[in-house]
Design a protein. Sequence first.
Length: 364
Amino acid sequence: MNISVYLFGKFDKGYTQYPDDYSRKIFAVCHQNSKAVCQIAIHRDGDLMYYAYIRNLDDGNYIGLCSVVNGKMITNIDGLFSRFEIIIESMVKHGYLIRFNEKGEIVSNASNLYENREEIDFISAGLRYSFEQLDKTAVVLPSVNYSISKDSVASFSIQDSSSDIVKSSRINGYTLIYKSKGYNTIQINSYKGVIAKKEKESIELREEQQKLKQEIGRLKNKQRNTTWVSVFAIVALILGVVVWNKVLFPDIVTNYDAGEYMYYGPMENGKPNGIGIAIYPKNDKMKRLYYYGNFTDGQRVDSAAIMFYKDGSYFRGSMNNDKWFKGIFFDVEKEHFIGEFNNGEPWNGTWYKHVPVQKIIDGE
């Protein structure tokens, strides 16, 4: 099968095509008649059959792939779509001309085609190979029917009769086959699902970080305790770093559902190990909010750990086997305890009451 390949489309700097020749007008007509997310536009020009696949991207641009066959016509319409869709899968997977954005949408990844010759060569080779595999479904192209205009346009859906579509491609100037759903391969949908999940996790972390920032502002306004404010600021900063790494370096920060809490931090042998954050669910029986500190084989073990509770209280100090050992428990509304703990309860130490010392109005 004698095959020529074209790539065309609208990218960041406008329309671009490779190679750029008289076929520009043909592809313009094909795109003008595109109505779905993806479609195949078939154009007959004498003994040449243009099979152009147009995929509208999520950023308002579009990518076009075209194979030109001399003297033959393809009869397997479903096979045409599947061949083009596999090429699109490979392109977005490698970031050739198109890519996934942070939301899992397919967007352009180039300014113009002439700056990406290696990628064009890779895609062109894939197109030629794919169409060679369709040679067994190709038939000799019949003579041109001059009673029908070479600019005539016929439109179909992928659900329409294949025989009607093939007949139209033989006699009409342009035949459009629209596909509004099922145009992504299983692998593309899998990629989109993973990216969407990571984006959801990043959004949730950003929301948690924003809540902490708001709490810092509230506590600053009350000016109850500078230690409390600074500790909250530390955790807000840590969550900010987690969000940054989740977006830009997803392999660095691991999220792990421990059942009791959601863990963010390094893992070793399938267990949390190292400095990390535990975020507790809303229905936690002990009304815990966040833990920041060291993990050893999944246990919270640290000499300077921090635990926040939903009522505003917090503990800061040493922890062993998931239990507080020595430090400060601060009740933001009433009092705080400094000393040793037994089974999470104050054991040896001192309670300090919070009593009003001076009332300030308008800074005085």
